[in-house]
Design a protein around this ligand. Structure first.
Ligand SMILES: CC(C)(COP(=O)(O)OP(=O)(O)OC[C@H]1O[C@@H](n2cnc3c(N)ncnc32)[C@H](O)[C@@H]1OP(=O)(O)O)[C@@H](O)C(=O)NCCC(=O)NCCS
Length: 182
C-alpha cells in the first residue's frame, strides 16, 4: 500500500488496516447515495471490504486511507471519511483518485475540499505527479459539482458503464493538469 501520512488542522489520514474495516463498512453503508463511492448496487459486506483492502495491501501503487476528525476538547478522534486511488502503472507521472466519501453528517463543510487538496499536494510534491484523473458516475450530481469545483475538467464518457438501481450509469472521466492549475 502507498502510505498516506498527512495531518492538517483538525484532520488526519490513516492507512486502512484490519482493525478499521468494520468502522469503514458502517461508513460505506451509511446511506444509499454511497453506492456512488462503492460502485456496488447493494450494501457492502465485510467480505467485499476485506477484498478491497487486501488488493490494495499488496500493491505499492495504491492508496486507501481513512480520514479522522479530532476534537480538541475531548482529545477523541472519529473516522469521518475515506479516500482511495493509485499512481498509474504505465504512466508514473499520472494518478487516479478512484473514490472519496465523507460521512453525511460532516458533508458540505469543506472537508472533502481539504482532503483532496492535501492528497493532490502530496502526489505532486512526493511523487512528481503531473496529472490527476477521477471517474464519476453520471447520476452523481453532487459529486460532479464537487470535482468541477476542485478544478477537474471533463475528458470523456464511457457510456452504459454500470447498472445501479436498475438504471444505466455512464462513467465520466475528468482530469486536472497540475502544471496548469497548481
Ligand atoms: C462528494 C463529497 C466527497 C464532497 O465532500 P464534502 O466534504 O461535502 O465537500 P465540500 O464541503 O468540500 O464541498 C465542496 C463543493 O462540492 C459541492 N457540494 C458538496 N456538497 C454538496 C451538496 N450537498 N449539494 C450540492 N453541491 C455540493 C459544492 O460545489 C461544494 O462547493 P461550495 O461549498 O462552494 O458550494 C461528499 O458529498 C460525499 O462523500 N458524497 C458521497 C460519495 C460520493 O459521491 N463521492 C464522490 C464520487 S467517488
Amino acid at each position: 500500500m502507498l502510505t498516506i501520512n498527512l495531518k492538517m488542522e483538525n484532520l488526519s489520514f490513516k492507512d486502512v488496516n484490519q482493525e478499521s474495516l468494520e468502522d469503514l463498512l458502517r461508513l460505506y453503508n451509511q446511506n444509499e447515495i454511497n453506492i456512488y463511492a462503492t460502485g456496488i448496487d447493494r450494501p457492502m459486506s465485510l467480505d467485499d471490504i476485506k477484498q478491497k483492502y487486501l488488493e490494495v495491501l499488496v500493491n505499492c501503487h495504491e492508496f486507501f486511507a481513512t480520514i479522522f476528525v479530532h476534537n480538541s476538547e475531548s482529545g477523541k478522534k472519529k473516522m469521518i471519511g475515506v479516500i482511495k486511488g493509485r499512481i498509474d502503472y504505465d504512466n508514473n507521472d499520472e494518478a487516479w483518485i478512484s473514490s472519496i466519501l465523507i460521512d453525511s453528517s460532516y458533508q458540505n463543510n469543506g472537508i472533502g475540499t481539504k482532503v483532496v487538496k492535501s492528497i493532490i499536494k502530496m502526489l505532486k510534491d512526493t511523487y512528481d505527479i503531473k496529472v490527476v484523473y477521477i471517474g464519476i458516475l453520471s447520476g452523481n450530481r453532487i459529486g460532479r459539482g464537487f470535482w468541477s469545483k476542485m478544478g477537474f475538467r471533463y475528458i470523456r464518457t464511457i457510456e452504459q458503464y454500470i447498472k445501479l438501481n436498475n438504471k444505466n450509469e455512464d462513467f465520466i472521466i475528468m482530469k486536472k493538469d497540475l502544471k496548469k492549475y497548481p
